[in-house]
Design a protein. Structure first.
Length: 291
């Protein structure tokens, strides 16, 4: 459980990268300035305030859920509980950049479906005229350019998890077909004469207020209630206190390994500025800043 700061007179980059990979929270080369040592100690102590064993942090990283703030502790418990349940319809709510995709992956990895496919669909990125074929598949000749039979993403996710990101961007016409699949487990590929079926856990995510979209007619009310069986609210980064420093250190170490350099260190003033910042872009903004 004890955090380690590595200090060595042999200050080559490979040694620093290896130390960080092996679990060191920081790496200093001799000779060093006293301010550098104090900054490293301050940063390391902020990481060491959590009382979880190191293996728990590794598990969280594997699940994409790094953090020990009360908000994240609540989320960790909920993810573990829901992942092991038989629930097949889960809705993730939260601002853009909070890590909804990572939560969806954690729900999949810790469930009984963990060994099966995890298929991610960004509903906002698919062309409206092709999204039905992408989801449900198509027969040869079903539309211009369909030169062969194509399996849809629903079929590919059979037995596993289908993650529908930005569900609020799904066209109204396709919402009805998705609702039919959620209620019956059956769907019809574009151009097919017979229906097919698939057993999938559907995790949907949005940064929009779907209740408002229902009131304005942009989202089907029946689909909203079908998706809204179990809801998880993903906390924003500004709600997570000193998780900001933990994440910054994590991104710094990971970036250092990728670049083959020593990880950057955050002096006390910098650390305070990180905690004070409002982070409108959430974890994605912090990651980009560190890079």
């Amino acid at each position: 459980r004890l955090p380690v700061i590595m200090i060595s007179a042999h200050g080559d980059t490979r040694a620093a990268v290896q130390a960080v990979k092996s679990g060191a929270t920081d790496y200093l080369t001799k000779p060093f300035e006293l301010d550098d040592l104090l900054a490293a100690i301050t940063s390391t102590l902020s990481l060491a305030r959590c009382e979880e064993p190191a293996v728990a942090v590794s598990d969280e990283l594997a699940a994409g859920l790094l953090g020990h703030s009360p908000a994240m502790s609540t989320l960790h418990a909920a993810v573990g509980r829901i992942a092991r349940s038989s629930a097949t319809r889960i809705l993730l709510l939260g601002e853009s950049g909070t890590g909804k995709t990572l939560v969806a992956q954690a729900l999949h990895n810790h469930s009984g479906r963990g060994g099966q496919p995890f298929i991610e669909v960004n509903c906002a990125a698919l062309p409206e005229q092709l999204i039905e074929a992408e989801l449900f598949g198509s027969e040869k000749g079903a539309y211009t350019g369909a030169h062969q039979k194509r399996a849809g993403l629903v079929s590919q996710a059979n037995g596993g998890t289908l993650f529908l990101d930005e569900i609020g961007e799904l066209p109204l016409a396709l919402q009805a077909k998705l609702l039919h699949f959620l209620e019956n487990g059956s769907y019809r590929a574009v151009g097919a004469s017979a229906a097919s079926s698939a057993d999938v856990r559907v995790v949907a995510a949005t940064n929009r207020d779907l209740a408002d979209d229902v009131q304005s007619g942009r989202f089907r009310e029946d689909l909203f209630y079908r998706l809204n069986v179990i809801t998880l609210d993903i906390p924003s980064l500004r709600e997570r206190g000193e998780d900001v420093l933990l994440l910054a250190q994590h991104f710094a170490r990971r970036q250092a390994v990728e670049e083959g350099v020593e990880p950057i260190r955050f002096l006390p003033d910098s650390a305070q500025a990180l905690v004070r910042h409002r982070w409108p872009g959430n974890v994605r903004e912090l990651k980009n800043l560190v890079e």
